[in-house]
Design a protein around this ligand. Structure first.
Ligand code: A2P
Length: 342
């Protein structure tokens, strides 16, 4: 079968990321003969927009995958745990946006600009990394190649869309209620998110870090393929709808000036340097929303260590952090002839 006859399933197509996956497939003219949206039984029979028309959502079931070549999953960890192996067994290559498979040694964890060759050892499931990790490693990789990163200290400022559609609605509702003198109702987050910052993303673990923080630590090492890189993270949810921002401090083995880093990053795939502090030019969440690139600026020397840099990294968490990266993985699979086309 020719590649433009690929049949693509999108699992979780009614969610914030699933809808964006459909949009990215359309915008990039992905070579699919057919795209089919799946979600829970709650949404079966509803429609989602695609290529100027509407696609009818089907219920995701155990026998849904026969005849499909690629399945893009963004329907939560437990759905992936159950359905991704079934899809792979049915002959589909799965690109999974949940955290269910990311640290499985049998599953490649891929950012196409960083480690595309890891796709070559896939066994049917490929994991899409955590949103905060993706945008960071796109910037880290070319700098690591140039001067060897020893340590990363990252603090994030993460948008509510990373939690899904219901969190977008919660922030909207809280802002509306507070502005009209009513109390904020918190259901998705443990505390009010409107006009607030929550230093908790996901649950706390034994070591007092959150699960999100440990995802950044462990996933960065797996994607970069270098266990010697030390990472420590503080992840914070902020009242922003789209785009995650990150303050990143890097310590290198070898000297790397801000000018050299800017020159390297201006050539890096998927990276856009926005760094002119005198003109008040730097990356911002509202500008990155809807964009494909990862933006980096405020690049400056860390004057407290021998070879250190500070920088500010911003990307649309739903696009590069999720839907776009997943579609880029699928495109790279096609390019490398790694889709088991029936
Ligand atoms: P549904 O809309 O039918 O609940 P978000 O991350 O924005 O909350 O979206 C989650 C996505 O995952 C939605 O499309 C949701 O579908 C889907 N989903 C959640 N649970 C299941 C399930 N058990 N089976 C299939 N899809 C699911």
């Amino acid at each position: 079968m020719a590649k433009d006859q690929l049949k693509v399933a999108v699992a979780g197509a009614t969610g914030a990321v699933g809808r964006e996956m459909l949009k990215v497939l359309e915008q990039r003219d992905f070579p699919a003969a057919e795209v089919v949206p799946f979600a829970s039984s709650r949404s079966a029979g509803t429609t989602v927009p695609f290529k100027g028309g509407e696609l009818t959502v089907r219920e995701l079931r155990e026998d849904s995958f026969a005849g499909f070549d690629i399945a893009l999953f963004s329907a939560g960890g437990s759905t992936s745990e159950k359905f991704a192996p079934l899809a792979a067994k049915a002959g589909c290559v799965v690109v999974d946006n949940s955290s269910a498979w990311r640290m499985d040694p049998e599953v490649p964890l891929v950012v196409p600009e960083v480690n595309p060759d890891d796709l070559e050892w896939h066994k049917g499931i490929i994991a899409n990394p955590n949103c905060s990790t993706i945008q960071m490693v796109v910037v880290l990789k070319p700098l690591h190649d140039a001067a060897r990163i020893k340590r990363v200290v990252v603090s994030t400022y993460q948008a509510v869309s990373g939690t899904g559609q219901k969190a977008i609605v919660e922030l909207e509702n809280q802002v509306r209620r507070l502005m009209s003198g009513q109390e904020a109702v918190a259901e998705v987050y443990p505390h009010q998110i409107a006009f607030n910052c929550l230093p908790q993303i996901d649950v706390f673990l034994e070591n007092d870090y959150t699960k999100e923080e440990m995802k950044m630590v462990n996933e960065t090492v797996k994607i970069m393929g270098d266990a010697s890189i030390k990472v420590t993270a503080t992840t914070v949810r902020v009242p922003v709808f789209y785009s995650h921002s990150e303050s990143v401090n890097l310590e290198f083995e070898r000297p790397l000036s801000p000018q050299q880093a800017r020159a390297i990053l201006s050539q890096a795939p998927g990276v856009h340097v926005l760094d002119n502090p005198r003109e008040k030019i730097y990356p911002m969440a509202v500008d990155a929303a809807g964009e494909d690139d990862t933006f980096v600026g405020r690049i400056r020397k860390d004057e407290t260590v021998e070879n250190g840099l500070n920088m500010w990294i911003v990307a649309d968490n739903i696009r590069k952090g999720a839907a776009l990266n997943a579609v880029q993985i699928a495109e790279t699979l096609i390019l490398k002839d790694l889709v088991r086309v029936k």
